[in-house]
Design a protein around this ligand. Structure first.
Ligand code: LLP
Length: 425
């Protein structure tokens, strides 16, 4: 079921017309459908019935408190990669014990904050981090529950910048070296090994790389047990892809079936860390056309959202569907255009070479599948305020993060006193 669609000629998020939100909130804005978020999480929950498994929502995909809270209320824990994300998870009501702390470079101060808060599991990614965590836990008189993330050296067949499970990626410990890391961890008094973690990449649209990695890591778990380690948990990571263009990503049920099959007999509690799959298709970016500029070879549609608001097209050559908010007539002629922002960079585009119905100043467009790594990766480049976020639930909507005013943005800055005194520099 789609939670975004035309009704009486106007694009709606569930029961709310996007133009209604635009009139109230201004453009650009991100809009999330609570129904779509619930549907995705519900699919995981249904599929996991009877499995010893849990979802830890990867906050990095969309760290909005309202989104985290919605998932937490459906039983999700959180996968975090910074102290900031930890504070968000806690503020949204995720119990500390349901938080998994991932990441390749955690600082001692961050590890200390995590242990003080009672975070349930820390996924360690290097021998150096084992030492640091052991020291920090020792200082606090605690024992940290850890997994070690192994890098299974499997090609996830996704974009190079979001592949994480190949030799040569900075993530995890090479599966051929990980046995020594476990041996080392076993000797450290303030660590308790509880399992093994992996995460092979993001936007995976086939299950074969998962099956291959699960097999490899499954064998490795058997070896670790033979070495005398107690391995109770297997953190499988996230990565399940969504539809941006015409991809056919596996269903959550099929994904879970593969995991079930490949981990059969392992007798491990499983954790999943989905991010994109839970939020990606549940969010859109709505923007207004500022002006249309015909060029010699193509037309530029200049809109008020830009690469600072959604960097994925620029950074990963990602495709996001663009749809007019006002439904075009079925026989409407199209023109070849680039949808670009106002930023002073040629890389500032949301879409290139699209055939779209003729757009004019003041028209609204919707950028699809923008719920994951959209607002999350936004910046204020060109002194553009962060785009507000709105959640729709049925016929209700609420602004979950307002647009900061320019004054808000300036108010956090300081002029050095010597400049204020008028001293010569
Ligand atoms: N767990 C770990 C350890 C991760 O590194 C990631 C994502 C996830 C879970 C969640 O992965 P997901 O289910 O969302 O694929 N900015 C990029 C994606 C970066 C993903 C980084 N790691 C993009 O816009 O495509």
């Amino acid at each position: 079921m789609s939670f975004f669609g035309y009704k009486k000629g106007d694009m709606h998020a569930e029961g709310v017309a996007l133009k209604t939100i635009a009139a109230q909130v201004g453009t650009p804005f991100y809009c999330y459908s609570a129904g779509a978020l619930r549907a995705a999480m519900g699919e995981f929950n249904r599929g996991m019935k009877g499995m010893n498994a849990s979802v830890h929502y990867a906050l990095k995909a969309n760290p909005s408190l309202a989104v985290i809270k919605l998932f937490a209320e459906m039983g999700a824990g959180a996968d975090i990669v910074s102290e900031g994300e930890m504070m968000r998870a806690l503020a949204a009501g995720v119990p500390a014990r349901k938080i998994i702390y991932s990441g390749v470079g955690k600082k001692a101060t961050e590890l200390m904050a995590a242990l003080q808060a009672g975070v349930g599991q820390i996924n360690v990614e290097s021998a150096a981090e084992l030492e640091t965590l052991n020291a920090v836990a020792g200082q606090l008189g605690k024992r940290a529950d850890i997994t070690i993330r192994v890098n299974p050296d499997v090609d996830a067949r996704t974009h190079a910048k979001i592949t994480t499970g190949k030799k040569g990626n900075k993530f995890g410990i090479d599966i051929d070296l990980a046995r020594a890391a476990f041996a080392e961890a076993g000797k450290l008094p303030h660590l308790r090994i509880v399992g093994v973690a992996m995460h092979i990449g993001s936007q995976l649209t086939t299950l074969a790389p998962y099956a291959k990695s699960l097999k490899k890591v499954g064998k490795f778990i058997a070896q670790l047990r033979a070495d005398g380690h107690k391995i109770d948990r297997f953190d499988v990571g996230g990565g399940l892809g969504i539809v941006y263009k015409k991809e056919k990503p596996p269903s959550i049920a099929d994904f879970l079936a593969v995991v079930k099959k490949e981990t059969k007999g392992l007798d491990c509690e499983l954790s999943f860390e989905p991010g994109r799959r839970l939020v990606g298709e549940a969010g859109v970016l709505v923007s207004e056309v500022i002006l249309v500029k015909p060029g010699a070879s193509k037309t530029f549609v200049i809109v008020d959202a830009a690469m600072n608001d959604l960097i994925r097209p620029t950074l990963y050559e990602a495709w996001h569907d663009i749809m007019p908010v006002r439904q075009p007539r079925p026989d409407a002629a199209t023109i070849r255009c680039d949808i670009v922002g106002p930023i002073c960079e040629s890389g500032d585009y949301l879409a290139q070479n699209r055939d779209l119905p003729r757009l004019s100043a003041g028209d609204l467009i919707m950028v699809r599948s923008a719920g994951a790594y959209g607002a999350a990766m936004a910046s204020t480049y060109n002194s553009r305020p962060l785009v507000p976020e709105v959640m729709v639930d049925g016929t209700r909507f609420a602004v979950t993060r307002p647009r900061p005013s320019i004054e808000d943005m300036l108010s956090v800055e300081r002029i050095p006193q010597w400049m204020k005194n008028g001293e010569k520099t």
